[in-house]
Write a protein that binds this ligand. Structure first.
Ligand SMILES: Nc1nc2c(ncn2[C@@H]2O[C@H](COP(=O)(O)OP(=O)(O)O)[C@@H](O)[C@H]2O)c(=O)[nH]1
Ligand SMILES: *[C@@H]1O[C@H](CO)[C@@H](O)[C@H](O)[C@H]1NC(C)=O
Ligand SMILES: *[C@@H]1O[C@H](CO)[C@@H](O)[C@H](O)[C@H]1NC(C)=O
Ligand SMILES: *[C@@H]1O[C@H](CO)[C@@H](O)[C@H](O)[C@H]1NC(C)=O
Ligand SMILES: [Mg+2]
Length: 493
């Protein structure tokens, strides 16, 4: 017999090892099952106790004052008047300041933000403390202003909108530039500043020559300010902005400035106010899979650090945000057609998928239609565009939350939401959620800085569709580009 046979034989032998008798075995199983069940029950009780021990956050005060008077943000203003570094700066003559007293005001936040960004860049590049003022809607000394029949604050302290270094937060480690100060502090420590006249520096070419890049204008200004020894420098309050508003629409002039602006801590450390962050936090369930703020699970997830990152550079996964610019754009888009206007520079990076080709050899009606399609699309055009962009993104992005950023009236937004939801269902790509700016649960104070909340979402959504002519869109795009979002995640109507 060979060894092979022997092994083979072994296999056919009947199993001889002793078997346990049946009944004790099933008894053992039951015991084990019982023990597991007890353990599981204990765990569930502990988990329930753990969850229940996390109180949901107290319900926010979402009431509107009876007189409906807008908030005045006294606490924010008070903090701006008493920033912690003021004491150290007050009698230190080596701290230098730059105060652009002619800063942009009386226009939308997007335009004001552009100007504040440029002036903060100039302050930083010259080693001076950036002096900040309010977001001023009406500079005539009134407390409230009328906006489309609604009262609005004439001034909002900048720190109600912004956080971080723009409003006096610390500089990055190793950056010795003095921190920002409020203009009231500047006026106290600099009663007799050196006044620079914008018109003495800005030549005709610097303002109007299409061949002069903004980087050259900026460098000229850095030289001018750097040559001043006086710690106190102020731009004449009666003059124009250093960078005229329309320059931001000139891509040939603006884009050469991108390497400078995108590396500056002004943008890399850009942040929104505590108010904006709080509003975002309360409304997280509109942008991603997250429990409603009244749920104990919110506190639990927050306490365990499982809520995900909500920094300005973190992506909100699965979210498509669309900027549906309404209101004054109804007339404005027609003017843009007459003016042959281009998209904002930051909406015109050559890497972007969507580019605005100005119509050539077209009748005035064709031109107008083209501008309307991209600037003031109707519901059907919006629905078609959203479906198309979502499909084109499918290989890279699994978009299932849709957020409509808009200043449109509620009734129209509801119509748009239904149309978007229906269309997605028809194409078997149902959205998990379709929400809009009008669905945000906001305190009265947050209501008047809602553009900041929407921008904080737009700068972090996985994909956006924006309005090429809107500065609100372009500022969000600028922040996305700073934070390295892929260029094909920024789409336009
Ligand atoms: N909350 C919110 N406000 C918006 C939106 N779009 C426009 N607005 C309001 O309208 C203003 C738009 O002006 P601006 O920021 O200058 O941007 P632009 O006019 O689009 O270039 C903003 O400051 C907001 O007050 C939006 O999507 N969300
Ligand atoms: C700065 O100097 C003035 C005048 O000497 C003095 O009154 C003030 O208390 C000083 N401020 C600080 C914060 O030290
Ligand atoms: C004044 O400010 C300069 C520049 O930030 C700093 O180096 C210096 O230590 C400060 N002096 C005092 C007395 O605090
Ligand atoms: C300021 O301007 C607003 C709107 O233009 C006007 O209604 C108001 O009367 C003005 N207030 C003052 C104090 O001039
Ligand atoms: Mg505007």
């Amino acid at each position: 017999m060979t060894a092979f046979h022997g092994k083979s034989d072994g296999h056919v032998l009947p199993v001889t090892h002793p078997k346990r008798p049946r009944s004790p075995s099933s008894y053992g199983l039951t015991r084990r099952l019982l023990r597991s069940l007890v353990a599981l029950a204990t765990l569930l009780v502990l988990a329930a106790f753990f969850v229940l021990s996390h109180e949901p956050p107290p319900p926010p005060d979402l009431s509107i004052p009876e007189d409906r008077l807008p908030p005045l943000y006294h606490d924010f203003r008070q903090r701006e008047l008493n920033l912690p570094h003021y004491d150290a700066y007050e009698n230190n003559s080596s701290i230098k300041y730059f105060w652009a007293a002619q800063h942009a005001h009386s226009s939308g936040w997007g335009n004001v933000m552009q100007d504040y960004v440029m002036m903060a860049l100039l302050a930083h590049a010259t080693g001076r403390s950036f002096v900040f003022d309010d977001y001023v809607w009406n500079a005539n000394g009134s407390i409230y202003s009328d906006f489309d029949g609604k009262l609005t604050p004439s001034r909002i302290p900048l720190s109600a909108l912004l956080g971080g270094l723009m409003v006096g937060g610390p500089m990055l480690p190793g950056d010795n530039t003095p921190r920002s100060v409020n203009k009231y502090f500047f006026e106290r420590v600099c009663p007799n500043p050196t006044v620079v006249h914008v018109s003495d520096v800005n030549t005709y070419d610097m303002r109007f020559n299409e061949l002069v890049p903004v980087s050259d204008v900026f460098n000229t200004w850095v030289d001018v300010i750097s040559a001043i020894d006086d710690p106190c420098v102020m731009l004449d309050p009666t003059e124009n902005q250093v960078f005229d508003n329309w320059v931001f629409g000139k891509k040939r002039r603006m884009l050469p400035f991108w390497p400078t602006i995108s590396r500056s801590p002004v943008l890399t450390s850009w942040d929104w106010s505590a108010l904006v962050h709080a509003a975002y936090k309360r409304n997280r369930h509109l942008f991603k899979r997250f429990p409603h703020p009244s749920s104990r699970f919110v506190t639990l997830l927050d306490n365990l650090g499982l809520s995900g990152s909500d920094t300005p550079s973190s992506v909100i996964e699965g979210l498509m945000a669309i900027h549906v610019r309404r209101g004054d754009f109804e007339g404005h888009c027609r003017n843009l057609a007459k003016w042959d206007a281009d998209w904002h520079a930051w909406n015109s990076f050559p890497e972007f998928v969507d580019k605005f080709e100005k119509p050539r050899d077209a009748t005035p009606d064709e031109v107008l239609n083209m501008y309307i399609e991209h600037c003031y699309p109707d519901i059907q055009q919006i629905v078609d565009r959203v479906r198309r962009v979502r499909q084109e993104s499918r290989s890279k992005h699994n978009l299932n939350y849709l957020y409509i950023m808009t200043n449109a009236p509620v009734s129209w937004v509801e119509e748009l939401k239904s149309a978007l939801a229906e269309d997605a269902e028809k194409h078997r790509q149902k959205w998990k959620s379709v929400r809009s700016s009008k669905d945000l649960e906001l305190t009265w104070a947050e209501t008047f800085v809602s553009q900041g909340i929407d921008m904080f979402v737009a700068q972090r959504a996985e994909v956006i569709i924006g309005n090429g002519w809107s500065s609100l869109t372009s500022n969000a795009v600028m922040l996305r580009m700073t934070n390295g979002f892929p260029t094909d995640s920024m789409r336009f109507w």
